[in-house]
Write a protein of this length. Structure first.
Length: 393
């Protein structure tokens, strides 16, 4: 069996890093397809170095553009590559444009699609990522969910149980595998941080592309920086919007840096007293690291980081953010790691996929037979197959 594994943006690299060796160990030949959605060294190359990943088998080099331009460019380039490089399955991760584009191409060519991180929903279709999640899940033969709410979301949308596999969070695999190396990073010395600090990340279009919202957040960061200095690695998209806005007066306690590689960033996360972010992946990482997280959004597709983790969803109102930050600094939440966030998710995914590509009977709305037997119960909700009944309870 041969599978094309798709990665386009920095969160994707973190998720596919443990998948590649796990697939090989199960007899599946993985071919890494880098779409080039993130293309500069800080957003792409540094992650390959930090995660000790081999170079991609192909870099489609699509670059940036509008959602339509980027999606179309990935589709054209991936279709050409797929026509010349037959595979038995296409594995997509996350919710970026690359995932949706490659899933569309694969489905139309009759190649089964696996979606890692399936079933997540914010129920906010103003988010481009939400559209991508819905489309990829609708096209996928294997839907690998990181938490039970993902299972429930998919079942509510009419996805048959046979296609749903609760396997845990593959991003946690990378975090646990690399945490010791990350803690040896000297990034704090490099940027001159001493004592307690908070960490900030902002990148979502709904926030950083809106000058009024971004200005409000910057003023709020100034308020918080009066209590604790902040480190702010600035995403290229955000840096472009900061020109003309500037930081508030209290910004002298806010240290702006370039984007950090994976190991340096994990070190910053692990050592922070508080993290303020609009990122989905950081909500998950802080949950495992036990670091208080303040999510600057009105909704989240990762509610388990609130119910079991250290995350607090506070919206974009200045007073609410300040109050949540003060509370987190005074009384840090006690985390409980979600089920199957144990560092073995990639192994579970690979074990299921190694059984062979599944054919989807779209007219019946369910999976057809496996080449080597029935899929029913193999890690599906309520099943007792490959991942084991005890592990999915």
């Amino acid at each position: 069996m041969r599978a094309a594994v798709i990665a386009g943006a920095r969160p994707n690299f973190v998720k596919v890093a443990p998948l590649m060796p796990a697939l090989r160990d199960c007899g599946v030949e993985p071919l890494l397809v880098h779409t080039g959605q993130h293309y500069d060294h800080a957003m792409s190359g540094a992650f390959f170095d930090d995660l000790k990943m081999a170079p991609p088998d192909i870099n489609l080099g699509v670059g940036s553009g509008s959602h339509a331009e980027q999606t179309a460019a990935v589709m054209v380039a991936f279709e050409d590559w797929l026509a010349a490089t037959p595979v038995d399955a296409v594995v997509t991760v996350g919710d970026v444009n690359s995932a949706m584009a490659c899933a569309l191409v694969a489905a139309k060519l009759g190649v089964p699609v696996a979606h890692v991180e399936a079933g997540l929903r914010s129920y906010d279709r103003a988010m481009p990522e939400e559209i991508n999640r819905i489309v990829v899940d609708a096209l996928s033969s294997w839907l690998f969910t990181p938490s039970r709410d993902g299972d429930a979301n998919l079942v509510a949308e009419g996805v048959p149980y046979d296609r749903i596999h609760f396997v845990g969070n593959v991003m946690v695999d990378s975090l646990l595998q690399n945490l010791e190396r990350a803690m040896a990073s000297t990034v704090l010395d490099q940027i001159g941080v001493r004592g307690q600090y908070g960490l900030v990340t902002l990148h979502r279009a709904g926030l950083v592309d809106d000058p009024l919202r971004l200005r409000t957040i910057l003023l709020t960061l100034g308020d918080i920086a009066a209590d604790i200095p902040l480190v702010f690695p600035v995403h290229p998209r955000t840096r472009a919007q900061l020109h003309g806005l500037g930081l508030p007066e209290a910004g002298r306690a806010i240290t702006l840096t370039d984007p950090k590689g994976y190991l340096d960033f994990i070190r910053l996360e692990a050592g922070a007293s508080i993290v303020l972010t609009d990122s989905g992946g950081i909500q998950e990482e802080t949950t495992v690291l036990g670091v208080p997280c303040i999510t600057l959004r009105e909704n989240t597709e990762r509610p388990i980081t609130i119910t079991r983790g250290t995350n607090r969803l506070v919206g974009l109102r200045r007073a609410n953010i300040r109050a949540a930050a003060q509370k987190a600094l005074q009384d840090a939440p006690t985390p409980r790691r979600p089920p199957l966030w144990d560092g073995h998710t990639a192994e579970r995914i690979a074990t299921i996929m190694a059984r062979g590509p599944a054919a989807v009977d779209w007219s019946a709305g369910r999976l057809g037979a496996w080449a080597s037997g029935s899929l029913a119960g193999a890690g599906s909700p309520g099943g007792s197959g490959a991942v084991g009944a005890g592990e999915v309870s």
